[in-house]
Design a protein around this ligand. Structure first.
Ligand SMILES: NC(=O)c1ccc[n+]([C@@H]2O[C@H](COP(=O)([O-])OP(=O)(O)OC[C@H]3O[C@@H](n4cnc5c(N)ncnc54)[C@H](O)[C@@H]3O)[C@@H](O)[C@H]2O)c1
Ligand SMILES: CC(C)(O)[C@@H](O)C(=O)O
Ligand SMILES: [Mg+2]
Ligand SMILES: [Mg+2]
Length: 355
């Protein structure tokens, strides 16, 4: 394990140098990895594992998603099965159904988790909120987690670019005595650049807070608030969108990603720096209680309950699609679509498609 100083706290991380792919392949050479669920993480992890040389099969119910798996080269009856058959054949069960879907499938999966098999999650949800999910694995199996810190789409894209996402890993149950190495080997196999250690509860608390907070919920809310103010003061949609979203994603966040917040600030005007440093305090103070409320809602199980209730309904997909449609069709994001289409590289692509 490499010892890394994260802003004054020394943490241990596992890099590909210490745990190379050959070691992961050797460690898992006798295993059949059954990917249960082919939604977003499922295809990314399955394809990365397959491309890395692991023995992978898929378990997916029939329908559109099953057909997607066929398009990706999984062969019905050979490497593509229904959930039950894949879980029977697999020695490592990667449980990548939606968190609500895992509850429905658990009665099918549980009896197939025979001694010395491994149950793998990419989220601490099912195990941590066991009172609500009913997911309690048998004592004689390993239970591990490798959770990529990003969308499955990025997990696959970064892999194809020869890069890697960072992931957390954890062990909940170590029946074999080798669960930790197994978690790391699987984490490397699915395409992680490096892995940091956590436990199931910390993973789910931080993950649910992050996605409801700055990563997805808070950012969308802040965009809407600023856009609405600019529009109400007479600014055009294009101006409001550019000052709220486009500049952030296209110009400033890439600079933050490259070299940190202070460096992005330093590459803006002194006027901008002065104002940002002053207003940052006010935004922090205004949002701190909201983030505290959010964390409490996660830790009390309220967020899990709401997710389970809503995402277990038969029409949950349609309902989510309706809400996303409303977001897409809002003026802000329609302005965004127009702005994106005007990016020079898009126009070049369109021109080359015409010629
Ligand atoms: N989406 C991501 O990029 C991402 C990132 C990190 C971790 N995770 C975690 O990985 C796991 C999988 O997430 P996902 O977003 O890929 O899942 P998802 O929501 O896309 O669902 C995956 C699959 O589950 C199937 N499914 C849903 N309910 C079902 C049911 N009742 N019976 C059978 N199949 C059912 C769906 O058809 C879909 O193919 C979750 O634990 C999630 O928290 C996801
Ligand atoms: C990609 C995210 C937001 O990091 C993941 O946590 C998810 O639930 O999809
Ligand atoms: Mg999540
Ligand atoms: Mg996440």
């Amino acid at each position: 394990m490499a010892q890394i100083n994260f802003g004054g706290t020394i943490e241990e991380v596992v890099t590909r140098e210490e745990f190379p792919m050959e070691k992961a392949l050797a460690f898992l050479q006798n295993e059949t990895i059954a990917i249960i669920g082919y939604g977003v993480q499922g295809p990314a992890q399955a394809l990365n594992l397959r491309d890395n040389g692991f023995n992978v099969i898929i378990g997916q119910r029939k329908g559109k998603t099953y057909n997607k798996a066929v398009e990706h080269g999984w062969i019905p009856g050979e490497t593509l099965f229904d959930i039950e058959e894949a879980a029977r054949r697999g020695t490592i069960i990667q449980f990548l159904l939606s968190d609500a879907g895992q509850i429905a499938a658990w009665p099918t999966i549980k009896p197939l988790l025979t001694k010395s098999k491994t149950l793998y999650f990419s989220h601490g949800f099912g195990i941590t909120f066991k009172e609500q999910t009913g997911i309690v694995p048998p004592a004689d199996v390993d239970v591990v987690l490798a959770a990529p810190k990003g969308s499955g789409t990025s997990v696959r894209r970064l892999f194809l670019q020869g890069k890697g996402i960072n992931s957390s890993f954890a062990v909940f149950q170590n029946a074999s005595g080798e669960a930790r190495e197994k978690a790391i080997a699987l984490g490397i196999g699915v395409g992680s650049g490096y892995l940091f250690e956590t436990d199931f509860k910390k993973e789910v608390y931080s993950d649910l807070s992050g996605e409801r907070g700055t990563l997805m919920g808070a950012i969308a809310g802040i965009f809407e608030a600023q856009y609405e103010v600019l529009r109400s003061k007479g600014h055009s949609p294009s101006e409001a969108f550019n000052e709220t979203v486009e500049e952030l994603t296209q110009s400033l966040m890439p600079l933050v990603a490259e070299n940190g917040m202070d460096w992005m600030y330093a590459n803006c005007s002194t006027t901008a720096q002065r104002g940002a440093l002053d207003w940052k305090r006010k935004f922090k103070a205004a949002t701190l209680p909201v983030f505290q409320e959010l964390y409490e809602s996660v830790a009390s199980g309220k967020e899990a309950q709401r997710t389970i209730e809503t995402c277990s309904k038969p029409d949950y997909r349609e309902k989510l699609a309706e809400e996303l449609k409303e977001l897409r069709e809002s003026e802000l994001w329609q302005a965004g679509a127009a702005v994106r289409a005007l990016r020079p590289e898009k126009q070049q692509v369109e021109a080359s498609m015409i010629n």
